[in-house]
Design a protein around this ligand. Structure first.
Ligand code: FPP
Length: 226
């Protein structure tokens, strides 16, 4: 969700003003995704690298996350949204983790769209965590005298934080950046990419629709031939 800072600065405001406007785009895109019957919508809200930003911006973003999580709980229930956060929770405040867990628990039984917020997440973090987890299993198996499971695509995927979520079909990146920036590195192997210069606070229903239309015109061959 790139471009919040630039959007605010263009109007002579602090970057946080843009993040607040970005939260409105989040709401608009969630509503539209529900309307379009999209089953999974994941949002890259804060990367591991974002911890290097100025303290004030981080504090403002975390406050916004806290307010949004609690503030949207009713709307999640009304729209049957199942809410979940993925990322390194150890870096988040106890108060924020508590709010996340309570909304995750409250919405766990919902059968509508899965809304996944990637917070304090990075693709490399996810892969390293999975590799460590697997090596622990291997060690345990050897210590018990059994044969460790052979590592293949499916087994490795099962160790990732996204193990119960399908790989993304479409990744949308706003704000003119054309990089993956440590997002779901493993999971995006065959994801379609859509880049737009539109800054995230201006990315609403119409822009989302353009991205979906572009996706619907793609031919996905997965390395095969037609
Ligand atoms: C990147 O734009 C945006 C972020 C690091 C924060 C995204 C957060 C929100 C949209 C807040 C609401 C989120 C939820 C899930 C409620 P940038 O700051 O890098 O902007 P720039 O590219 O213009 O510098």
């Amino acid at each position: 969700m790139d471009g919040n800072g630039r959007w605010a600065q263009k109007q002579g405001h602090e970057r946080l003003f843009g993040h607040n406007a970005g939260a409105e785009s989040v709401r608009a895109c969630c509503e539209y995704a529900v309307e379009k019957k999209i089953e999974y919508l994941s949002l890259f809200a804060f990367s591991e690298e974002n911890w290097n930003r100025p303290e004030e911006e981080i504090a403002g973003l975390m406050k916004l996350m806290f307010q949004s999580v609690l503030g949207e709980r009713e709307s999640f229930m009304k729209n049957h949204i199942k809410f979940r956060v993925i990322g390194d929770r150890e870096k988040l405040s106890a108060e924020l983790v508590e709010s996340i867990v309570s909304v995750e628990e409250e919405t766990a039984g919902n059968d509508g769209m899965n809304l996944i917020v990637m917070l304090s997440y990075s693709g490399k973090w996810d892969i390293l965590r999975a590799a460590r987890h697997y090596s622990e299993e291997v060690l345990k198996a050897y210590m018990e005298g059994s044969t460790p499971p052979m590592l293949d695509n499916d087994l490795f995927s099962s160790y990732l934080s996204t193990c119960d979520i399908p790989d993304p079909d479409l990744m949308i990146r706003t704000g003119g950046e054309q990089r993956i920036s440590n997002y779901m590195l493993w999971q995006c192997a065959y994801t379609e990419f859509y880049y737009t210069d539109v800054l995230w606070p201006d990315f609403r229903k119409n822009e989302f629709d353009l991205a979906l239309k572009s996706f619907n015109n793609r031919e996905r061959r997965y390395g095969n031939i037609k």
